[in-house]
Write a protein that binds this ligand. Structure first.
Ligand SMILES: Cc1cc2nc3c(=O)[nH]c(=O)nc-3n(C[C@H](O)[C@H](O)[C@H](O)COP(=O)(O)OP(=O)(O)OC[C@H]3O[C@@H](n4cnc5c(N)ncnc54)[C@H](O)[C@@H]3O)c2cc1C
Length: 274
């Protein structure tokens, strides 16, 4: 769905195991609005038993509306899929795992991508089907967007993520203290919600239940307390390093390596050592 989607459809067609790619193109889909996206999926839904997306900002924008249009439940952030439409998902910020069975005629799901094997982006040869776009819904209008451009790797698929917490104290400190190390080791920058809410870091780098879920090879939590909602977004990381001046901080329970230290001293020292 979008404007000028030829190239992206061709790329999608190369993904292994995909049979067909449906391309819906229209000038009014350039800045895809939830109402228009939901309408397109509703129109296609008759032919499908399962509508599944990655649990991302993108899908979370319009799939609830698809659920309402089709009168089915959206089952979000699925951790495991079993036979007979049984799904495992986390509730209470990952403290409880619920197993639920859906009886809806269409299964509408978002999945916790770090727990599923990615498909290879090559080797597929899907057919591309072109569908007409329904007319614009015109319920809301796209006005403008502000995109933070960065040369750093994208948070979602970075091999190394360094996240800072509220303890950084200001936007200036957040960047001054963390950026040199982040850039030196080619990491992506992440943040806790407390840091985002305080205005120290932009919303799109929030890691956690209500932010981005990451699973890098190395996750370095700097001045992060380890609240459940944050842990939910990084607990699948291969190696976790925590730096915190409180030896009893919860984050240490989830860390492979812990350093009890003042971050304002430790981070520049580590930076000088590498
Ligand atoms: C519905 C809901 C959804 C939420 N979603 C998210 C989410 O997606 N992501 C998320 O992160 N949070 C989320 N939260 C918020 C979460 O509960 C915590 O409040 C938040 O993660 C705490 O952020 P923090 O660790 O930066 O701050 P704090 O809890 O204030 O912790 C700061 C830590 O820094 C340490 N520290 C202080 N000074 C220093 C220093 N000089 N050197 C080293 N260490 C120091 C302290 O010991 C402390 O452990 C959510 C909350 C709710 C209710």
């Amino acid at each position: 769905m979008g404007k000028n989607t030829e190239k992206v459809a061709e790329e999608a067609a190369k993904i292994k195991k995909i049979n067909s790619v449906i391309r819906v193109d229209g000038a009014h889909l350039e800045h895809l609005l939830a109402e228009d996206a939901a309408k397109i999926i509703e129109n296609l839904s008759e032919s499908y038993k399962v509508i599944l997306a990655a649990h991302s900002w993108f899908s979370r924008n319009f799939l609830p509306r698809v659920g309402a249009l089709l009168n089915v439940s959206l089952i979000t952030d699925v951790l495991k899929i079993e036979k007979n439409n049984i799904y495992t998902r986390a509730i209470y910020a990952g403290n409880v795992y619920a197993k639920i069975q859906s009886k809806d005629h269409i299964q509408l799901l978002t999945i916790h991508t770090s727990l599923f094997e990615p498909c290879s982006r090559d080797g597929g040869d899907a057919k591309i089907i072109i569908n007409d776009a329904p007319p614009a819904m015109n319920l809301t209008t796209w006005k403008s967007e502000k995109i933070n451009k960065s040369d750093r790797p994208a948070l979602i698929d970075a091999k190394v993520v360094i996240s800072g917490g509220r303890s950084l104290g200001s936007e200036e400190n957040f960047n001054k203290v963390l950026s040199p190390l982040v850039d030196k080791i080619g990491a992506a920058l992440g943040a806790t919600r407390a840091a985002v809410d305080a205005g120290y870091a932009p919303n799109e780098i929030q890691v956690g239940q209500t932010g981005v879920v990451v699973a890098p090879d190395l996750y370095i939590a700097v001045g992060v307390s380890g609240a459940n909602q944050h842990i939910y977004g990084m607990k699948d990381s291969r190696v976790v390093v925590a730096i915190n001046n409180d030896p009893d901080a919860t984050i240490f329970q989830f860390a492979d390596y812990g350093l009890v230290a003042d971050l304002f001293e430790a981070i520049p020292e580590i930076n000088n050592l590498i």
